[in-house]
Ligand binder design. Structure first.
Ligand SMILES: [Fe+2]
Length: 268
């Protein structure tokens, strides 16, 4: 039997042949197996929907069906549930109809995983979020800590959070896998109470493998792990109110080298 409160991975690339994740169903099965070993009870498959990978709900459903069929023939994998979602690029959002958006939500609820632009600016992102809210959706931002636009303008991220946007950071950001700047920014987002989820964003066994527990433990956030990797994603998937963060849990990650660069802008 699996642990109650086992991990829900809200952002991962587990479906075969849709993006830069696994190419084959065999590789996808190996990823599900590794995710299970790393403590996952649910995976939300979030293939890219961007200008390079123009996935839509029907293609994602087809790949999810293939994986589910294979899982049914793998006795050790039947207790891992793979739900459907998508990682929708900022640039693609305007071209999606209401029906298309509805087919790309996280687990079929109202939340969408929005990938911010990779560049230095994101003109119109606040208006886009406002429009999505007006259309009945809510927004989780994928790995904002890795986006130069928010390093340059943390107040923009703050204003999005004030508007109800949640953030999902990549586990590797906690331990420096994307460099010192990303790690420092992640640390300051945590201290500012602006991190709501930690996901693996796994793509392959080699490049960015499944699992978040190791990074959370290494960063010293073990007491928050249940909230970040189970309680919040469960509420997102079930369209429930986001639970309050447990009182007293440390939000400070192990000290980093170098000067803090962002705090005054986040807090001002
Ligand atoms: Fe991703």
């Amino acid at each position: 039997m699996r642990n109650v409160g086992a991990m829900i991975d809200l952002h991962c690339h587990v479906l075969a042949g849709l993006d830069d994740g696994p190419e084959t169903v065999d590789q996808a099965v190996a990823l599900v197996r590794a995710a299970r070993s790393a403590g996952a009870e649910k995976l939300v498959a979030t293939p890219h929907v961007n200008l390079r990978y123009r996935n839509r709900g029907a293609t994602i459903a087809r790949a999810a069906g293939e994986l589910k069929d294979r899982q049914g023939r793998e006795p050790d994998l039947t207790d891992v549930e793979v739900l459907r979602g998508a990682e929708i690029a900022f640039a693609c959002m305007p071209e999606l109809t209401d029906d298309e958006l509805a087919s790309l939500t996280l687990g079929g609820g109202s939340w969408l995983l929005l990938e911010p632009p990779a560049g230095q600016v994101a003109p119109g992102i606040a208006a886009m979020v406002e429009d999505l809210h007006a259309r009945g959706h809510r927004v989780v931002l994928a790995h904002p800590e890795r986006c130069p636009v928010f390093h340059r303008d943390p107040k923009l991220l703050h204003s999005l959070a004030d508007a109800g946007v949640l953030t999902s950071i990549t586990a590797g950001s906690l331990v420096g896998r994307f460099g010192g700047i990303v790690r420092r920014f992640t640390s300051e987002l945590l201290e500012a109470g602006m991190v709501h989820n930690v996901a693996s964003d796994f793509h392959s066994l080699e490049r960015r493998p499944p699992g978040t527990a190791e990074a959370l433990a290494q960063a010293g956030l073990g007491a928050l792990a249940q909230w970040l990797t189970h309680d919040v994603p469960a509420a997102i998937l079930e369209d429930r109110e986001i639970p309050r963060k447990p009182a007293g849990a440390s939000v400070a990650i192990a000290p980093t080298q170098g000067k803090r660069r962002f705090a005054w802008r986040l807090r001002s």
